[in-house]
Ligand binder design. Structure first.
Ligand code: 3H9
Length: 703
């Protein structure tokens, strides 16, 4: 048939087998192979047709690498029409994850069977897309409009048993031998004279949809859209499924799919899809680097961070020992963990039993001797280099040989910490983001002497606990926090120049940031930055620098925890409100400092806040701190809630044009001084050459 799809007659069942690693995506060859298989089966002695896959999964979707390239025949809808119009029943046999176009293939079949471990889903929204091969028309017909809307706008996969309850799957095949089970199911269908069940023939009862249903859905989804348009278009498609005949609904879906494929949002989200997977790969590590077995973990420090990290491991069944200085601190730490899990239970996302099982995996201790045999230690005490060095020297004395010793430091020198041990090759940074049990990013910090297998193991364990990993070399703040400095600085400078806090934050929130930098400062506590600044000796001596943040702290306005900071907060709802007192204070300070206030455009607010990120990112690339520009994007999207629909700061810079970014930075340098604005040499070079960061990276190769 073709290299990636075969067709074989097994008695009275024709079996089409897709074998296109890694995930059987619907490349042109796969589409053609399936079409040829369906055609061949029409002409032979088969009485039913099974579509199944070899390898780890049923078809996981359209081939994302083909988007944006000229279309190649046959297109997927043509294949699905052939399946749906088959004169013999077609049965999809699902294992692994039937996703996107893959699940749409299954939905075009007359019957769907699956192993119990299978998952099905339409995750297109996560790529800024909508299901473009009938998913938006078939799911509401078979599972109902509300369920379809939730499933397609959420994009999360559904387990086979639930999918069966929803009508999306007809049969769960017991045992592991799906190939045999599916053929046997097909034979049963033939023997019972089962009809050709076509989802398109189901009609949706319009009268069951309450008035205003779609408008409400749009409004709800808009609240968390953050610059994404796909959710809105999905609502339109499902509305079309309700109001239009199938073929017109399909045409509407296709039209809106085409709009989304060409949208900058989807391009950005596809960039992040591949960037996320790329980031886990370490350029100079041989593919066959061995991995150390991690069966148990110890966390030093049971504060918010340590507790969150402990939860990450307990969640995947890895036993954890939480080490604290005394029983009181230990009990406090364990209490926070229990409270966090209880919230999840209250939300109905976990059973009591699951909670107890996970808490049961976390054991407290105040004695280093008890962690002598663990495979991985993560130190998460407060940011004090001397204390960390002391702890590592102690770990060196007590931990078994071969244990990985990691620090969760955000700023300290990992090499200095490693040097406190006699085994620096086993030491690295594993930098989690708060709250550690929620935030997806894990910066894996490679020390000067960190061994290859320690890095490979850390990437693997990061994936196991559901994190998105990105590699950083050692520098102050690593990738993420180092870049952040200018962002926070400019947000405050803009106030003196004439913005209100609301203006700054809402402009960045309109761009897609989850929360503006000043509101974020209030949430984290303005005193945190204040204390950190006091410890620094490298900041320019400029009364304007962090002036407002400093004054607010000195007035006792530490942010949300004291009820006020850049904003005041409603004690009940915690909603922020502009505070005229702060607005007046800003004006007063600007006058004292001789800063002439003016109207500042949204464009300037964005440039002042984001261009320092980009500029520092360019330096980080040049110094080899980050492996690739796309790794920086991953850090910002998963660790700092940079909008995925903008693709991360470096991708965004490429879209704006590096020459434009460079020119603006030069303009700001001339206006605000070279202390803060000095274009990175790499940015200058690429701007002059008319290149993007992506091109620069491609030319270097990824070897
Ligand atoms: C769609 O279907 C549109 C249709 O509605 C309409 C069409 C008209 N294409 O994630 P992994 C690669 S949109 C190309 O590490 P896992 C991936 O880059 C699509 N490549 O494995 C990686 O490559 P590499 C809707 C793909 O086991 C390798 O496969 N579908 C695709 O952790 C392994 O991936 C989706 O959005 C693809 N579709 O997870 C599903 N998928 O090794 C997207 C993967 O070179 N995929 N690759 O780095 C996934 O969610 C996960 O890959 C999956 C496996 C859960 C399947």
């Amino acid at each position: 048939m073709s290299e990636v799809v075969s067709y074989q007659l097994q008695g009275n069942v024709g079996v089409i087998t897709v074998n296109s690693p890694p995930v059987n995506a619907l490349s042109q060859a796969v589409r053609k192979g399936i079409l040829d298989g369906v055609k061949a089966a029409q002409a032979d002695d088969s009485e039913a047709i099974v579509i199944r896959c070899d390898g780890r999964t049923f078809i996981a979707g359209a081939d994302i690498t083909e988007f944006g390239k000229p279309p190649l025949d046959p297109w997927l809808p043509e294949v699905l029409t052939a399946i749906e119009n088959s004169r013999k029943p077609v049965i999809a046999a699902i294992h692994g994850t039937a996703l996107g176009g893959g699940f749409e293939v299954a939905l075009a079949c007359h019957y769907r069977c699956a192993v119990a471990s299978a998952m099905v889903g339409l995750p297109e929204v996560k790529l800024g897309l909508l299901p473009g091969a009938g998913g938006t028309q078939r799911v509401p017909r078979v599972a109902g409009v509300k369920a379809a809307l939730d499933m397609i706008t959420g994009g999360n996969p559904i387990a086979a048993a639930k999918a069966k309850d929803m009508g999306l799957i007809d049969e769960i095949v017991e045992g592991d031998d799906l190939a045999a089970g599916a053929v046997s199911y097909a034979r049963d269908l033939v023997a019972s004279g089962a009809p050709l069940k076509r989802i398109r023939d189901i009609s949706i009862k319009k009268e069951t949809i309450e008035p205003g249903f779609f408008d409400n859905a749009r409004k709800q989804l808009a609240k968390r859209a953050r610059g994404q348009i796909a959710q809105d278009r999905i609502v339109s498609c499902i509305e079309a499924a309700v109001n239009l005949p199938m073929d017109q609904g399909l045409a509407r879906e296709r039209e809106l799919f085409q709009e989304l494929v060409k949208s900058p949002e989807s391009a950005a989200m596809r960039h992040i899809f591949f960037a996320e997977r790329q980031a886990a790969k370490i350029k100079d590590l041989p593919k066959d680097t061995p991995i150390r077995d991690i069966k148990s973990v110890a966390i030093i420090g049971g504060g918010t961070m340590g507790g969150g990290i402990a939860m990450c491991f307990a969640n995947v069944g890895v036993p954890v020992t939480l080490l604290e200085v005394n029983d009181e601190a230990l009990q406090r730490g364990m209490g926070i963990i229990r409270k966090n899990y209880s919230i999840t239970v209250q939300k109905g996302k976990m059973s009591e039993e699951q909670m107890e099982k996970r808490i049961g995996l976390i054991q407290g201790s105040t004695d280093y001797v008890e962690i002598a045999d663990v495979d991985l230690v993560i130190e998460a005490v407060f940011e004090n280099l001397e204390l960390k060095k002391e702890i590592f020297a102690r770990l060196d004395g007590v931990c078994k040989q071969g244990a990985i010793l990691a620090t969760n430091t955000s700023y300290q020198d990992v090499d200095a910490i490693a040097a406190a041990t006699g085994r620096p090759q086993d030491v690295l940074g594993l930098h989690f983001f708060s709250p550690a049990n929620v935030m997806k990013l894990l910066e894996v910090v490679r020390g000067e002497k960190t061994a290859d297998d320690v890095l490979a193991t850390s990437m693997a364990i990061g994936k196991k606990i559901g994190k998105v990993c990105a590699l950083s070399r050692v520098c102050y703040g690593f990738i993420g926090n180092r870049m952040l400095g200018g962002y926070g600085r400019e947000a405050q400078m803009l106030l003196l120049d004439g913005c209100t806090p609301e203006q700054v934050d809402s402009t960045l929130e309109e761009f897609g940031m989850a929360m503006g930098p000043l509101a974020m400062g209030d949430l984290a506590g303005l005193d945190v930055g204040y204390k950190a600044r006091q410890a620094r000796t490298d900041l320019p001596d400029d009364p304007k620098l962090y002036r407002m943040g400093t004054l607010l702290v000195e007035m006792g306005r530490h942010g949300q925890k004291t009820g006020s900071g850049f904003y005041k907060y409603d004690p009940e709802t915690r909603q922020r409100q502009s505070d005229p007192e702060v607005d007046a204070l800003i004006k007063e300070e600007a006058a004292k400092l001789g800063v002439e206030q003016r109207d500042i455009s949204k464009e300037e607010i964005l440039a002042r806040c984001f261009y320092p990120l980009i500029n520092e990112g360019a330096k980080i690339l040049e110094e080899g701190i980050a492996q690739r520009p796309s790794d920086i994007d991953v850090v910002y999207v998963f660790g700092y809630a940079f909008p995925v629909a903008k693709g991360g700061p470096m991708f965004y810079a490429d879209q704006v044009g590096l020459k434009n970014v460079y020119d603006k930075i030069c303009e700001f340098r001339d206006r605000y001084g070279a202390d803060y604005w000095q274009p990175a040499p790499l940015l200058e070079k690429l701007a002059n050459e008319g290149k993007t960061f992506a091109q620069w990276d491609q030319e270097r190769g990824d070897g």
